[in-house]
Design a protein around this ligand. Structure first.
Ligand code: MG
Length: 394
């Protein structure tokens, strides 16, 4: 096995930092040649760049370029390096910096950015012919028909889709009856009324440790709805053959049912380092990437149907995905605004999905959009969602 050159987009986030853990543990398999992030954590980005010895660092915030350079020298000094003991990486800065980084020469690009701002970098990596380890589900959901022509270059890093990809190795395409996505159910599983939930309650997620937007999306089940769309786009299985089942322990990450009644499940304790390592090393596994299930301890894995009457997000996403074109892009953009409105106290938790649904229904649908049209629809959807979530001044 030769060493793979890796570019990490979103290196300072939850998936990005865990990807660096994976690389640290398998230096014979992976070498990071470039990293990039939005620009909120310049000190961390600089320390990562120094430790990994990258060729290039990208920061989306144009004004952060100088801070990044200063932070890099400070990090070198803190580690006792003198001039000549380290190479200063090339710095790319500005709104297109991560897109430029995505096309940097390498073997595999990990897109671990958050939000549909990851779409342009996703397309750049794919158009450059790279293997794309995709953790940024929003770029697939928003890009839809722009991204699907390249699906053979994409290796999913989302735990459910990594599980599906692993299970799909167990049979031929024509033998697949159903994809079954598992959902933890979020912190409000079992509730029959979602009104009055506070941001603090919604941010206390039982299983995974993630950023605030993803955590709220897990609580509303919008995350699962986006994953449904992601699964359809990645694996090209029709929506009526993709199910969602609630599995609170989050040990079975998803399943594939075959035409003979056999179901294959992928199980491992919740740890993103496993799908990240497999995404970077695909199709080869990385030894010791994560701890396996401990069979010496008693355990119960339970499954229950999703209560779609309370959690409308999955049905909404199924409708938007079936409509196709720009409908999922509008949904995702509106949702990002509604989540922020909820966190800011301007929108009730129970109103997030209804507000998103309204924006999707009203948006000017494009069936075969260009990138510019997708971005226009997103802008429209954000602006409409903002209008709908302004607090009544009375
Ligand atoms: Mg997931």
């Amino acid at each position: 096995m030769s060493t793979r050159d890796v570019v990490l987009l979103g290196s300072t986030g939850s998936v990005g930092t865990q990807a660096i853990d994976v690389v640290r543990a398998a230096p014979d398999r992976f070498r990071v040649v470039g990293i990039g992030a939005g620009g909120g954590r310049v000190d961390l980005l600089a320390r990562q760049a120094l430790e990994l010895g990258v060729e290039v660092v990208a920061v989306a915030q144009a004004t952060a370029a100088q801070d990044l350079q200063l932070a890099f020298y400070a990090a070198a000094q803190a580690r006792g390096f003198s001039a000549g003991q380290f190479a200063v990486p090339k710095i790319l800065a500005g709104p297109d910096a991560l897109t430029e980084l995505a096309a940097w020469p390498c073997d595999v690009v990990l897109n671990a950015m958050t939000g549909s701002v990851g779409l342009a970098p996703t397309l750049a990596a794919l158009e450059a012919g790279r293997t794309l380890a995709l953790a940024n589900k929003e770029s697939l959901v928003a890009g839809g028909p722009l991204v699907t022509p390249y699906r053979d270059q994409i290796v999913p890093v989302d735990s459910e889709h990594s599980a599906l990809a692993q299970c799909l190795r167990g049979g031929a395409r024509g033998e697949v009856a159903k994809l079954v996505l598992t959902a933890s159910g979020g912190p409000f599983r079992g509730r029959t009324d979602l009104r009055g939930i506070t941001p603090a309650q919604a941010l206390a997620h039982p299983t995974w440790d993630m950023g605030p937007v993803v955590t709220i999306n897990s609580a509303t089940l919008v995350n699962k709805g986006l994953e449904l769309i992601e699964a359809q786009l990645l694996f090209d299985v029709p929506y009526d053959r993709i199910d969602v089942v609630v599995h609170p322990q989050s040990v079975v990450h998803s399943m594939v049912e075959f035409i003979d009644g056999s179901t294959l499940a992928q199980a491992s304790p919740p740890d993103m380092r496993l799908p990240i390592a497999l995404g970077l090393g695909w199709p080869e596994r990385v030894a010791g990437a994560a701890a396996p299930v401990d069979w010496t301890q008693p355990a119960s894995w339970t499954f229950e149907p999703l209560d779609e009457a309370v959690f409308g997000a999955v049905a909404l996403c199924r409708r938007a995905g079936t409509t196709g074109g720009t409908a999922p892009a509008a949904l995702n953009a509106a949702n990002e605004v509604c989540v922020q409105a909820f966190l800011d106290g301007r929108l009730d938790f129970a109103a997030i999905v209804d507000t998103v649904a309204q924006v999707v229904a009203e948006h000017p649908l494009r069936e075969r959009p260009t990138l510019v049209e997708v971005l226009d629809v997103e802008k429209w959807a954000r602006s409409r969602a903002s209008e709908l979530t302004q607090k009544d001044p009375t």
